[in-house]
Design a protein around this ligand. Structure first.
Ligand SMILES: Nc1ncnc2c1ncn2[C@@H]1O[C@H](COP(=O)(O)OP(=O)(O)OP(=O)(O)O)[C@@H](O)[C@H]1O
Length: 484
């Protein structure tokens, strides 16, 4: 067994480990991998930061101690892939510990990361320990930069079950510290505060904005981004959601399924473009919102807003709300016109979308414009225009949507029997609900919608907006998000 394990650490296996990490942040190729003699539990070895940021503690031949970490602490040898490492910390001035997050598959296409720490490796001097820690941090979390990356965090203590601030301090901050990130934390003091912060914060020199809360906190911050005089620059700053709310859809859609997975993603800083939907309400007073997730009306809006008082249940409140809504069998009147993505070349905007009440056109007028057509329904039970596939951590309502497709998935159903409602819920769990004949769906780049019924809500990214006519348009890749 000892022989089998020691082969893990041959030069050949190190070479192949390097080759498999070529897509990862790399350090200056001019610099040689750093190796220092170190001891772990009395076992002599060599601690080495590989050129791609990976880490190996190889045990000296003849010491009799070999193996790898998953086999137990009695084995000092360790080999870590660069993509798993988040950073390192000095311990007792001359030792260091490597922090890493190996991935674990939950189901196809979904994996989470668990936080692990290496044993303490004793170096011969404090300078050596500090050097190896800085080297690991730079390769793991700063994209090879000489200086730590700077993160601004907006923590909403009221989101979800009210544990955001505690979870951030306990789970996330230690990972950021190990990564050597410079983190400036702002805690929201009242509803709407995230908008003020994102609007007013000095973002110069900042590498990412992270929200610790739910989608409402992201939505608020997004409105702040677009209120800034320098918004064209600000929207290039990537943001991320560290899931601590009820729905946490942005986290789901970026693969940040839990706090450790999200913190790891922030440390790695891998960015992707994100489509943004601008939503204009021309009257009574013209106003504009910016949406990253969804516009819902009818059943989903009612189950979301109608269960606000059940916030203590966490994400379960949505399941409860869905059950209740299916039993009610309610439907709502709607007037809408859409510009299908397939017709987008014909016209990218409605006759006039400049935003003043005088210029706003009715749904009927718009649906006669080139490329536009009516929704095909004037009464719906479920209506959702989705910019992203997941509406929360579990419900993948719009499998065809994506971060940067340039289109929203408009989905609607007529009034259903209870059996049909529960069947759809079941099929949604399997991800096959779009195959049901009664589920109408279309990819659209713009939409005009009039919420005719007043006994439900118009909900944008989980937040209620005035129940007035809206014009929505997709802006491809306008913002950037951090992805796992
Ligand atoms: N200090 C505060 N006091 C009271 N409310 C706050 C405070 N800070 C933020 N809020 C409000 O908390 C609300 C809920 O936050 P958020 O939407 O992030 O959590 P959630 O609703 O649990 O999650 P999700 O939107 O993912 O379902 C937001 O509407 C926000 O305006």
């Amino acid at each position: 067994m000892a022989n089998a394990r020691s082969t893990l650490l041959t030069a050949q296996s190190l070479d192949s480990a390097d080759a498999s990490h070529t897509h990862l942040p790399s350090v200056d190729p001019e610099k040689q991998p750093l190796g220092v003699p170190a001891r772990c539990d009395g076992t002599q070895g060599n601690a080495q930061v590989l050129s791609d940021g990976g880490f190996v503690f190889s045990v000296e031949k003849g010491t009799g101690a070999t193996g790898c970490l998953p086999c137990g602490w009695q084995n000092a040898a360790l080999q870590l892939a660069a993509q798993d490492i988040v950073g390192a910390t000095v311990r007792k001035s001359t030792s260091f510990i490597v922090w890493y997050c190996p991935a674990k598959a939950l189901k196809p296409g979904q994996s989470i990361r668990k936080l692990r720490k290496s044993p303490a490796y004793q170096c011969s001097s404090a300078a050596e320990a500090e050097n190896i820690v800085q080297r690991l941090r730079s390769a793991a979390a700063w994209k090879g930069a000489a200086q730590p990356r700077r993160i601004v965090a907006i923590v909403n203590p009221k989101s979800g079950q009210g544990k955001s601030a505690k979870n951030f301090a306990k789970v996330v901050q230690p990972i950021f510290d190990a990564a050597g990130l410079v983190v400036i934390v702002h805690q929201t003091q009242h509803a709407g505060h995230a908008t003020e912060l994102a609007q007013q914060l000095d973002l110069a020199g900042c590498d990412a904005l992270v929200m610790v809360g739910g989608d409402g906190t992201v939505f608020e911050a997004l409105q702040g981004y677009f209120k800034r005089p320098d918004w064209q620059q600000a929207v290039k700053l990537p943001f991320a959601l560290l899931p601590s709310g009820s729905g946490n859809a942005l986290a789901a859609n970026t693969g940040c399924w839990d706090l450790v997975t999200a913190a790891h993603a922030v440390c790695k800083g891998v960015e992707a473009p994100l489509d943004i939907v601008s939503v204009l309400q021309p009257s009574p007073t013209p106003r504009r919102f910016y949406s990253f997730l969804s516009l819902t009306y009818g059943m989903i809006a009612s189950l979301d807003i109608g269960t606000e008082s059940l916030r203590w249940m966490g994400g379960l409140r949505f399941t409860y709300g869905a059950f209740f809504q299916i039993m009610k069998r309610q439907a709502w009147d709607i007037r809408a016109a859409i510009l299908p993505a397939s017709n987008a070349a014909a016209s990218t905007s409605p006759p006039d979308s400049s935003g003043t009440a005088d210029n706003a056109h009715s749904v009927e007028e718009v649906s006669r414009a080139q490329g536009w057509r009516g929704l095909g329904a004037d009464r719906v039970q479920l209506f959702a225009a989705c910019n992203l596939p997941f509406l929360d951590l579990h419900f993948k309502i719009a499998p065809e949507a994506g971060l940067n497709t340039g289109a929203m998935s408009v989905i609607h159903t007529p009034r259903s029997t209870r059996a049909q409602g529960f069947h759809m819920m079941y099929r949604a769990e399997l991800g096959t609900h779009m195959e049901l004949g009664r589920v109408q769906h279309e990819k659209v780049v713009a939409m005009v919608l009039e919420p005719v019924s007043k006994d439900t809500w118009l909900v944008l990214d989980g937040e209620v907006i005035p129940s007035e006519r809206i014009f929505a348009e997709v802006h491809r890749g306008l913002c950037r998000v951090l992805v796992a």
